[in-house]
Design a protein around this ligand. Sequence first.
Ligand SMILES: C[S@@+](CC[C@H](N)C(=O)[O-])C[C@H]1O[C@@H](n2cnc3c(N)ncnc32)[C@H](O)[C@@H]1O
Length: 374
Amino acid sequence: MNCKYFGICASCTLFDKTYEEQLNYKIQREKERFSNFTTMEFDIIKSSESNFRNRAEFRIWWEKDADGNEILSYAMNDFKKNILKIDSCEMVSPHIKELMPKLITKLESDLELSYKLFAVEFLGSSTNDMLVTLIYHKKLEESWLTKAKEIEQKLNIKIIGRSRKQKIVLTNDYINETLNIANQDFFFAYEENGFTQPNTKVNIQMIQWVLNNTQASSKDLCELYCGGGNFTIPLSTKFRKVLATEISKTSIKSALRNCKLNDISTISFIRMSAEEFVQGLNKVRAFNRLKDINLDDYEFDTIFMDPPRSGLDDTTRALAKDFPNIIYISCNPETLHRDLEELTKTHEIVRFALFDQFAFTNHIESGVILKKIR
Ligand SMILES: C[S@@+](CC[C@H](N)C(=O)[O-])C[C@H]1O[C@@H](n2cnc3c(N)ncnc32)[C@H](O)[C@@H]1O
């Protein structure tokens, strides 16, 4: 990657390798890790080599120049955990990269906007929508709002101001995204505080891979950890009905909005933790949140799970074993390996993919399709 901070900034831990070298290193590492389950060829989905992240967060660093003027810089940690001032980043999308210097110049020129500014978060879309969250260590007053509105208009972005117990939304708190999957446009609104996949091009290919490896079914899909419906909405085209659950209120709000945007009426989104949903489905406990859902109406043949780094808990793992088909997307190969120890007692792996969602870092996303054997 053509980055002047490569090897200094701690974000890209595999800085000493070319794109292909870092990818091959991760492929070999994961082949070895999962060799006790499968020796099949993995499907490999590559990232762009630079400018692939549609969200990014930077600290703000303050200092005085020789004339006593306040100078603002974006900052990251270096490998020794010291502050590293940066003026650009090769990981972020072209839109974020282009906006970074313009924004810092505007912020720096106005004390109302720059004073006690602590961090900046960018959330962009491939349709060029851009949400910028400015995080402060001070109470935001009406005077801040006026100034923030000015740069919102000048830079054609949406601004949110955050401080302790304060969230000020100037226009709205989401961005619009359109993903073209299998020649069909799917529409999403990504909430500022909800989970979104960081690498849009790899995300599109992950969804595509899941669709390619899912047979159209006259039965139903059960999804856990559904976020804002990133997989749910395209995948719903393959099933009669979908029941999808997720712990975050923000993500469920986003999922419901996304369903409307795509005019889909076959999905029910419920805010529940995976652990609670297992209790509800097994009728161990009654939940008010499930009162409008007749669980007996569903005839599930597939479970789709995209859990956080901690992977599945014991009860969710046990539940998954009852389904004929399991689709498991994982951002942590260690917990995926642990979960497969159990899932492969009843299911066989029929397809395995590695998605290089986090290029130049040690992280890699995996996808596994399992079918019931007994
Ligand atoms: C890796 S994200 C996947 C989201 C979605 N599949 C996507 O592609 O955007 C994991 C999601 O699990 C949710 N989550 C975390 N812990 C959970 C739990 N115990 N039960 C249900 N959902 C949980 C998070 O809020 C997050 O939205």
